[in-house]
Design a protein around this ligand. Structure first.
Ligand SMILES: C[S@@+](CC[C@H](N)C(=O)[O-])C[C@H]1O[C@@H](n2cnc3c(N)ncnc32)[C@H](O)[C@@H]1O
Length: 229
């Protein structure tokens, strides 16, 4: 991957004006999109694998090629790592054998998080590493903080870590988090230490001279955050 990644350009200069309304809506209006059959099947298989692990769960949501899932599995040998991404081509890129405590799952997170919440999953840690920024103002609803699935993501609970090369993304997420849960989380600069990058995007952005941002929040398990039909 080359290291001349462009900085994010957006027509937004601050948090989106419509963010609070969208979060309020997500908290009160059930998300009616049916769960895709392929994600349901992938979830059932992941659940069986997890049950065999007998270890607390760490989720790596939007794991891309799964390098972070592999690395986190090595850092947390007493945990079971599940990396989820919807891109078959990313997931199937050859990056060496998966550690025994890691599994990659092809699924849409919009469905996967709801299934996980309904199944009572309680990740101890949850990583959201460099989600697609969707920087155009018109695309707020595609960012996780503006998406109707936000209450499911937050309701899973655990130590949630979001990283992005777009400060505004993390700032907006922090606002949405506080609105939905009352919990505040600091938006901080993140400097990868030495040459250890958790993900290919982190490496690419850092080597391109871009600043990186992150937020860490400790969330209670709160399945009732997600409104039900
Ligand atoms: C910018 S990439 C970051 C990948 C990886 N975390 C990294 O830092 O190298 C964002 C990833 O999120 C995945 N993604 C976006 N929306 C998704 C969704 N609804 N369900 C599952 N994966 C999704 C994309 O396929 C992509 O691999």
């Amino acid at each position: 991957m080359d290291a001349n990644s462009r900085v994010i350009l957006s027509n937004q200069t601050g948090p989106h004006d419509d963010l609070a309304r969208r979060v309020a809506r997500a908290l009160t209006h059930p998300l009616r999109k049916p769960v895709a059959e392929h994600t349901r099947a992938a979830f059932v298989a992941a659940q069986a694998w997890l049950a065999d692990q007998h270890k607390p769960l760490i989720l790596d949501s939007g794991c891309g090629v799964g390098l972070s899932t592999r690395e986190l599995a090595r850092r947390f040998p007493d945990h079971a790592l599940i990396g989820v991404d919807r891109s078959e081509s990313r997931l199937t890129r050859e990056h060496g054998e998966l550690p025994a405590n890691a599994r990659l799952v092809r699924a849409d997170l919009v469905d996967f998080w709801r299934l996980a919440l309904d199944a009572g999953w309680r990740p101890e840690r949850h990583y959201l590493l460099y989600p697609n920024p969707y920087p155009k103002a018109a695309h707020l609803k595609l960012r996780w903080q503006g998406h109707p699935v936000l209450p499911a993501l937050l309701g899973l609970g655990g130590r949630l870590e979001l990283r992005s090369n777009w400060r505004l993304y993390v700032e907006e997420f922090a606002l949405a988090l506080t609105q939905a849960t009352g919990i505040t989380a600091e938006v901080e600069a993140y400097r990868p230490e030495g040459e250890t990058y958790l993900t290919p995007f982190e490496r690419k952005y850092h080597l391109s001279g871009q600043a990186l941002w992150r937020l860490v929040a400790r969330l209670p398990h709160a399945p009732d955050l997600m409104p039900r039909p």
